[in-house]
Write a protein that binds this ligand. Structure first.
Ligand code: MG
Length: 245
């Protein structure tokens, strides 16, 4: 997929005729931080303790959903239990403790450089995450100092998390942006689906075990194999986004 083909395709299915790139809506886990390995480990531990069968791989596919939604779904499907929001919240606290006990996570290679390049091109960056893990949210401002707009969307802001488009729609409303002004930066199929359904030009970067084809299947407009590859393609992407239908 070339950048030119990707934008031509976007115009075709959205019916839009122009794209005025002003804003990048940026996911956190797997985009800013290499945190998914520890998240999937913590999920498996929580499920095992509660007698619910699971594999570690499946949690990569749920990435983007809020913890509350994942817990409700797994308890229903795996144990036939309908659990309340409060119970889900209490279990999420336990999962967060397991995650924290696994230690600090690294930043994803190349993301800081990519986001700096976006900022230098005059693009506003907004954090949009399904996470409610405060230790990680606190690290964003320290590790990505000066990158993000003060507006952000986290698990606390939405009723329906990814793959529902609500997080991205909320973010656009907060910064007064239209879908054809925004690119979404995601690493997981459900997050891609949310960005795509919100009407944004959605970029997938495969920073974990998920295949490129699964990102396209979820609705990605273009997929890059790394943040460095996306940064290298950024001038071409910005140029292509200026194309009119
Ligand atoms: Mg992610």
């Amino acid at each position: 997929m070339t950048e030119q083909n990707a934008i031509a395709n976007y115009y075709k299915y959205t019916g839009k005729k122009t794209f005025n790139f002003t804003t990048a809506l940026v996911d956190m886990d797997g985009v800013l931080f290499d945190s998914m390995k520890n998240h999937t480990r913590a999920w498996v531990k929580l499920m095992k303790k509660n007698g619910i069968k699971c594999t570690r791989d499946e949690f990569y596919m749920y990435e983007g959903m809020t913890g509350r939604d994942i817990i409700k779904m797994k308890f229903k499907d795996g144990a036939g239990k309908n659990i309340t929001d409060d119970e889900a919240q209490a279990l999420y606290k336990v999962k967060t403790r397991y995650f924290t006990e696994l230690g600090d996570v690294e930043m994803i290679d190349g993301t800081l450089s990519l986001l700096k390049a976006l900022k230098a091109a005059g693009i506003k960056c907004v954090l949009v995450t399904g996470s409610g893990t405060q230790s990680m949210l606190d690290r964003v401002d320290a590790d990505y100092e000066g990158i993000f707009d003060e507006q952000r969307v986290t698990a606390a802001d939405v009723k329906r998390g990814k793959p529902n488009p609500e997080p991205y729609l909320k973010a656009m409303a907060k910064v007064n942006a239209q879908p054809n002004e925004c690119i979404v930066l995601e690493n997981a199929p459900l997050g891609v689906q949310a960005g795509h359904t919100a009407g944004c030009f959605t970029v997938g970067v495969t920073t974990g075990p998920i295949a490129e084809k699964d990102m396209y299947k979820a609705g990605a407009d273009i997929v890059y194999p790394s943040m460095a590859a996306m940064e290298e393609a950024l001038p071409a992407l910005i140029e292509a986004l200026k194309t009119q239908k």
